[in-house]
Design a protein around this ligand. Structure first.
Ligand code: MEV
Length: 284
């Protein structure tokens, strides 16, 4: 094969973000925004990665910037994942990787997980065959470079698609909604840093073990109730659970005044519930 091509979707987290890092369940779903990656072999042994936000070339431990602020940090996880695929097949050659995305990045829609999943799947199909389980595992490993305590939830949903009930040790189960769930996704446009937000929650957990374990139980219970509400098509109850889940996320300190404003706008326009999705507000 001369070209490997793959795409992966963005995601939302309906319930359980942050708590999923500590073993709780979470409910996630993919949305119709995608990242598409094309991979070609290069003879020179270098790995060149081009995307809309950053481009550069890796030659062993040397990095040549082509363009983009923070390009090396943005591209490094993708490089390590691609290199892992090359090394696993004892391939000495290089790669040319091109990334096209219609997922807004850094706003909680899983753009980094989707870019890893699509890159690994494109490289794997270029070199042989892309096995979803292997793609997902490799994406989780690479995501740990971005934030070392990744739960793996974003990579799972982006690899396997649909709506899922995920937990760290327990893998995932597909969820079938009874009837249609209508969701509106708003973007505050404020960029966040997932790693810093996950660390800020860890600090809060370490400082307030008892309170945090109470929040874990509440979040777990909400997730179980949400599964039943989805199963029964009970959207009013689902909306109420979203509001409760938002209150917990506010207690974790991961909401943001702009997100709070959007939530109020959504509710006054008739939404049965509203919450942030993903890591949350801008890292402080
Ligand atoms: C980020 O999309 C979701 C978090 O729960 C982190 C994780 O699951 O690794 C905040």
């Amino acid at each position: 094969m001369t070209k490997g091509r793959a795409s992966a979707p963005a995601k939302i987290i309906l319930f359980g973000e942050h708590f999923v890092v500590y073993g709780n369940p979470a409910i996630l779903a993919t949305i119709d925004r995608r990242i598409t990656v094309t991979a070609k072999k290069a003879k020179d042994g270098k790995v060149k990665i081009k995307s809309d936000i950053a481009s550069g070339e890796f030659d062993g431990s040397t990095f040549r910037l082509i363009e983009g602020a923070n390009a090396r940090a943005t591209l490094e996880p993708l490089y390590f994942a691609a290199k892992h695929s090359l090394d696993a097949r004892k391939q000495k050659g290089g790669l040319e990787i091109e990334i096209k995305s219609d997922i807004p990045y850094g706003v909680g829609l899983g753009s980094s997980a989707a870019s890893l999943v699509a890159t690994i799947a494109a490289v794997e199909s270029l070199l042989g065959r892309a096995d979803k389980k292997k793609v997902c595992e490799s994406a989780i490993e690479a995501e740990k470079i971005i934030h070392k305590n990744s739960s793996g939830a974003d990579c799972y949903v982006s690899t396997f698609g649909g709506m899922i009930n995920y937990s760290k040790g327990g893998g995932y189960k597909k969820i079938e909604a009874k009837g249609k769930l209508f969701l509106v996704i708003g973007d505050t446009g404020i960029k966040h840093n997932t790693g810093e937000l996950v660390s800020s929650v860890r600090k809060l957990k370490e400082a307030n073990q008892m309170a945090f374990s109470g929040m874990m139980s509440q979040a777990k219970d909400m997730c179980a109730q949400a599964l039943t509400a989805i199963d029964n098509g009970n959207t009013d109850h689902l909306g109420m659970l979203m509001n409760e889940s938002q209150l917990l996320l506010e207690r974790l300190g991961v909401s943001h005044e702009k997100a709070d404003e959007l939530i109020e706008v959504a509710k006054s326009a008739g939404a049965v519930g509203a919450k942030i999705t993903g890591a949350g507000g801008a890292a402080r």
